[in-house]
Design a protein around this ligand. Structure first.
Ligand code: SF4
Length: 325
């Protein structure tokens, strides 16, 4: 199978610096993530960013938190825990500049440190006037990043401990890379049809609804302006992949693929495949097991439609992400 995830240049991922082991936390510590440094790091290039260091807070520094303004509006401020020093203006101005600059870094994803008032993606504590906190905030830098690049795959390191979320994030990173590489070159409608076609089974596994809608969109694209095509296809494609591919949907895709193999397999091989799909559906074997056999048959019988499908290898197999879903 063509190596669809390998494209020109390294895949670059933005990351909260402390997750790479840099001692930039308020107390001089770090929050190194072994998955990022030892596993994913073998396939990508990281672009580390520590917003609190970059606005000049230094190490060690006073810890900071988000507070909700008590003056009636719902503005969120970033203040020192003890001194109450207000860093909001500085952080917001920095986030505006830094996220603009990150646009030139060719990022295909971003991993943020959870719970941080600067980097947290969601459920960050926001303190009210009473001192009670609600977990409904996002770090100021993280908010600016996600607002500016809504299609960029973003995840928190804590959630990456879940094998399903981890597989989903890495799949989105590689998909985003293919998508942005495609649209940044001199693309044609024929090329878009091809791009869409090789991602059909991926889309089906994530969202049958988006699979149908995007299929109709691509078929109708010749009536639209090029800019409109790109501006609509990109977010719809990335949103579809955000939806977790469930066991039921994977099972559906596997059965769909089996349809392409039927005429090539004898009764024994067919029933072996059916029972493997069933074992996967019942949680007895991970997804990689039926996929490996499919890959074998697709190669052996040279089934061109399936051979091109990204679904069979959406990310480097050395990451072994499908051994755990
Ligand atoms: S969470 Fe963000 S701001 Fe805090 S130390 Fe890590 S990179 Fe720096």
């Amino acid at each position: 199978m063509k190596n669809l995830y390998a494209s020109e240049g390294p895949i670059r991922i933005g990351v909260s610096s402390c997750l790479l082991g840099e001692q930039v936390r308020f107390d001089g510590g770090h929050k190194r993530s072994d998955f990022l440094t030892d596993t994913l790091g073998r396939f990508v290039e990281f672009v580390p960013v520590c917003p609190e260091m970059e606005i000049g807070l230094g190490v060690p520094r006073e810890s900071i938190r988000l507070v909700r303004d008590s003056n009636g509006d719902s503005a969120i401020r970033l203040v020192g825990n003890k001194t109450g020093l207000d860093h909001t203006g500085k952080m917001n101005a920095y986030a505006e500049r830094r996220t603009t600059a990150l646009g030139r870094e060719d990022l295909s994803g971003y991993v943020l440190k959870k719970d941080s008032p600067s980097c947290g993606m969601e459920r960050v504590r926001v303190y009210g006037a009473s001192g009670m906190a609600t977990r409904d905030g996002a770090g100021l830098f993280a908010s600016a990043l996600m607002q500016r690049y809504p299609s960029l795959p973003v995840e928190e390191e804590g959630r990456l401990n879940d094998p399903h979320l981890r597989e989903n994030f890495v799949e989105r990173v590689f998909a985003y890379r293919r998508l942005t590489s495609f649209f940044s070159a001199r693309w044609t409608l024929g090329g878009l049809v091809q791009f869409h076609t090789v991602h059909k089974l991926v889309l089906m596994a994530h969202s049958p609804k988006a699979y149908s809608e995007l299929g109709r969109f691509v078929a109708n694209a010749k009536h639209l302006g090029r800019e409109e095509v790109r501006d609509d296809y990109e977010p719809a494609f990335m949103d579809a992949l955000k939806q977790l591919a469930t066991t039921a949907r994977h099972t559906n895709v596997l059965q769909h693929m089996l349809g392409y193999l039927r005429e090539h397999l004898d009764a024994t091989a067919r029933s072996e495949m059916v029972s493997l799909i069933d074992d996967y559906r019942h949680g007895l074997v991970p997804l990689i097991v039926p996929i490996t056999l499919f890959r074998h048959y697709v190669r052996e019988f040279d089934i061109s439609y399936l051979r091109g499908q990204v679904y069979l290898e959406p990310h480097p197999k050395e990451l072994m992400l499908r051994n755990h879903v």
